[in-house]
Write a protein that binds this ligand. Structure first.
Ligand SMILES: [Cu+2]
Length: 141
């Protein structure tokens, strides 16, 4: 009887060991890293921040998941400032100045190169096509 209980315990330990090592491997490989950038867009252009430090050009690695957390100025909401990045199907208006609830834009960097960020939504704002061009670069290595 003791032998049977011992064998049962050993079997359970082996099975649970296999299952937990499988899930550990899965978790390591399934999610790409997220590169997060704060973005302030105003009438003069884009300012990007990485870890709360201003940077000139956001840069990520191929395959990374990218997250822009964007705000504009409360006095410029009607300008309809936004972020467009054609190669990644991004075209989003940013209608909040609240940094605690920014506009969140996410996509996967599935192409390499140097891409142009511009303001497509500005065309629909109070300035329309007279809005100054806003432009920045985005790099995927
Ligand atoms: Cu503007």
């Amino acid at each position: 009887m003791i032998k049977i209980i011992f064998l049962l315990l050993v079997t359970i330990l082996i099975i649970s060991g296999c299952v937990s090592s499988q899930t550990a491997t899965k978790n390591q490989t399934s999610e790409p890293p997220i590169k997060e950038f704060k973005v302030k867009v105003d009438h003069a252009g884009y300012t990007f921040y990485s870890n709360n430090r201003p940077i000139l050009t956001p840069q990520v690695d191929f395959g990374d998941k990218v997250r822009f957390m964007a705000t504009t100025l409360v006095t410029e909401i009607e300008h309809s400032h936004g972020i467009s990045l054609d190669e990644f199907n991004v075209n989003e208006v940013v209608l909040t100045a609240n940094e605690n609830e920014p506009k969140i834009i996410e996509f996967t960097a599935n192409k390499t190169g140097k891409f142009i960020i511009y303001c497509g939504p500005c065309l629909k704002g109070s300035f329309g096509s007279d809005h100054p061009e806003l432009e920045a670069f985005f790099i995927v290595k």
